[in-house]
Design a protein. Structure first.
Length: 240
């Protein structure tokens, strides 16, 4: 059985991390047997989660997990020709490098989202660490997003930037159930968790309203949760 090292549930989802959620959805799509191993701090390659324990070693990134599952002939892109496969690849990159950064900004930098993020991630730590570590990590992430440029945007420019990607996703979806037709693929495993966690932001921010205003995407997220999210109820006590 495969073992997924993953951050604990949060934000109303099986994991607070969109990338851990993506890995869970990929494993569900693959049909391989797996179970979660709940982690508080990253343990494994690259010091990040998710990490998947496989017969070939530990894979320390959700896209490495995707590549490994493809090599096992799992149906990650069922029936795709090379052009569709390339489009799905670019969709994953857009979701993770645009919406992913926006989610990080909303959680770690925006004062409306930070208290919830602090409590979700650091709330179970001993008091001395809880007094110091949240500010240290927040400062590092803020500096990274300022260096990248997103944290320097005005709210209007940020919404225009994110809105263009949301519109592109909605256009790609069209009237289909999934981004690339009648069956889910790895691109859906990336998009559904990211959109779902943006929808679950705790404060009524302009970013959350922008996501919720796109009805087709919201219906798609609900469909994706039902089809792709694992039922981890039996293992949730271990995350307490």
């Amino acid at each position: 059985m495969l073992i997924l090292r993953t951050f604990r549930p949060g934000g109303g989802a099986p994991s607070y991390s969109p990338y851990c959620l993506k890995a869970m959805c990929l494993l569900e799509l693959s049909g391989r047997a797996w179970r979660p191993s709940w982690e508080s701090m990253p343990r494994g390659p690259y010091r990040k989660l998710p990490a998947l324990e496989t017969p070939d070693g530990v894979l320390g990134d959700s896209n490495l997990i995707l590549s490994w599952l493809e090599r096992q002939v799992a149906p990650m892109f069922p029936g795709f020709d090379p052009e569709a496969r390339a489009m799905a690849h670019m969709t994953i990159r857009t979701v993770e490098n645009s919406l992913g950064l926006s989610l990080t900004l909303a959680r770690w930098v925006d004062d409306a989202g930070w208290p919830h993020t602090r409590d979700e991630i650091f709330g179970g730590m001993p008091a001395p660490l809880r007094a110091v570590l949240p500010g240290v990590f927040r400062g590092k992430i803020r500096r990274g997003l300022e260096w990248q440029g997103l944290a320097r945007f005005s709210e209007a420019d940020l919404l225009a930037w994110v809105g263009a990607d949301l519109d592109a996703l909605e256009a790609l979806l069209g009237d289909s159930d999934w981004l690339f037709g009648s069956h889910p693929c790895a691109a859906d495993c990336s998009a559904v968790p990211m959109l779902g966690l943006l929808d679950a932001l705790p404060a009524d921010t302009a970013l959350r309203r922008a996501v919720r205003s796109r009805g087709r995407l919201m219906a798609y997220v609900a469909r994706g949760r039902d089809a792709l999210y694992p039922d981890l109820s039996a293992s949730l006590p271990a995350a307490a």
